[in-house]
Write a protein that binds this ligand. Structure first.
Ligand code: NIG
Ligand code: FE
Length: 404
């Protein structure tokens, strides 16, 4: 396949995460062409008359970028939580709703009860919607099962959909998402269940690439999170952590100390945390839609970039704190609220997001050798997609060299 008449090709370059001034330093090529053989890019650069192919696509002067990568979602869950909206409007705090048995725990009940076939169909539909917004790879965290059977059920759905659906899925085990109500007075027993039963089983059945923990006041402490991540690491899983989302508990320091690939949320990160992430090259995954929906502060993404922390942006799609799965909206918010530049944000949802999933060698940029995950936008320049918020500006999605 040959893409001709590209008005502007915009992409970060390379196979490594970008930080500091490098994050905004993307390549822009006017009047470009891309050649794809099987599922890989074999040429991306200036167009000329010698570039031809049997299957030629006229891009009509459009903007082309890499496929978007949503590197933080809680994709698989039963039901929805619109009933929390009145409580939220009346001023109930997120952690209060959770402590009262609502929040995550109410979704756990629905996820446990939902037959696997229904949950599979629902997730399949969500993936198709995600793809329509230009997302070609998505991370999916478990964590609405909180027992071995349902955690495995959800991870198996992700594994099957990764094969069946066009969107690629990277799975993360997050059994430490909340303390299930049946363990209310036996928290150590639940932590032991994760460490002694769930993690070994998930590693053995190869059901996840990553392990994540919700390190937060009233959820899992730094010590408990450390013990769970330690075990995951010993089993060969890569690590992520939900840190400093609602309170600063020191999760970012733990992320750096344990060699987590990413620390996520970080609304309340302090200077010591930022310094630790920068030193270890830990990727900060920032989630502006969550701040918006919870009416919370926005993570100090600008400050982190300036301190040399690589930043990725994701949707945090979940039923409780971010019911939006349009990553374009997260990109707009990163621009308006984090004050990140279009170039920095493009890197944050492509190459840096790929790195947050350990996939930077294969996806996240448009260059020879990478997988042909590409977007043809209904736009002629990059600024336009950050300006026209609220519309889906994707014209065509190309996934592994195939038009979706
Ligand atoms: O990323 N922080 C923890 N988990 C989700 C929310 C999950 C829920 O409320 O269902 C989050 O915000
Ligand atoms: Fe999250």
């Amino acid at each position: 396949m040959v893409l001709k008449n590209i008005g502007l090709l915009a992409s970060p370059m390379g196979k490594k995460v970008k930080k500091g001034p490098e994050q905004g330093n993307i390549t822009l090529i006017e009047n470009a062409a891309i050649v794809i053989e099987c599922d890989r890019i074999t040429y991306a650069g200036p167009d000329n008359s010698s570039i031809k192919g049997d299957n030629q696509i006229d891009c009509k002067g459009a903007l082309i970028t890499p496929g978007l990568i949503d590197c933080h979602t809680h994709l698989i869950f039963g039901g929805w939580r619109q009933k929390e909206l009145p409580m939220k409007l009346a001023g109930a705090a997120y952690l209060d709703i959770l402590a009262a048995g609502g929040g995550i725990l109410s979704t756990v009940e629905k996820t446990r009860a939902e037959p696997i076939e229904e949950l599979y169909q629902k997730t399949n539909m969500l993936l198709s919607e995600i793809l329509s917004y230009g997302v070609t790879t998505v991370e999916a965290k478990s964590g609405y099962g909180l027992n071995t059977e349902t955690e495995v059920k959800c991870l198996k759905i992700a594994k099957k959909l990764d094969i069946v659906h066009q969107v690629d899925i990277v799975s993360t085990f997050m059994g430490a998402h909340a303390l299930p109500s049946e363990y209310k007075d036996r928290r150590q027993d639940y932590i032991n269940l994760i460490i002694d039963e769930m993690l070994p089983l998930i590693a053995k059945q190869d059901l996840a690439d990553f392990c994540d923990v919700f390190c937060e006041t009233g959820v899992f402490s730094v010590e408990e999170s450390g013990a769970i991540l330690e075990k995951a690491k010993s089993l060969g899983l890569k690590l992520k952590i939900h840190a400093e989302e609602i309170n600063n508990t020191g999760g970012a320091l733990l992320a750096a100390e344990m060699g987590c690939i990413s620390a996520e949320h970080l609304i309340k990160i302090d200077d010591a945390g930022i310094k630790a992430l920068a030193k270890k090259n830990t990727i900060a995954v920032c989630l502006p839609c969550t701040s918006f929906y919870l009416n919370e502060d926005f993570a100090p993404a600008r400050k982190m970039i300036e301190a040399g922390v690589p930043v990725a942006i994701a949707s945090d799609f979940n039923p409780g704190s971010s019911p939006n799965l349009n990553l374009q909206l997260a990109m707009n918010m990163a621009c308006y609220k984090y004050k990140m530049t279009p170039g920095e944000i493009l890197t944050a949802v492509t190459l840096n997001a790929a790195a947050a999933l350990g996939r930077q060698a294969d996806i996240g940029s448009i260059e020879e050798g990478k997988i042909a995950d590409l977007l043809i936008w209904d736009a002629k320049d990059l600024d336009y997609i950050f300006y026209r918020y609220g519309s889906n500006l994707i014209k065509t999605v190309i996934k592994k060299g195939i038009i979706c």
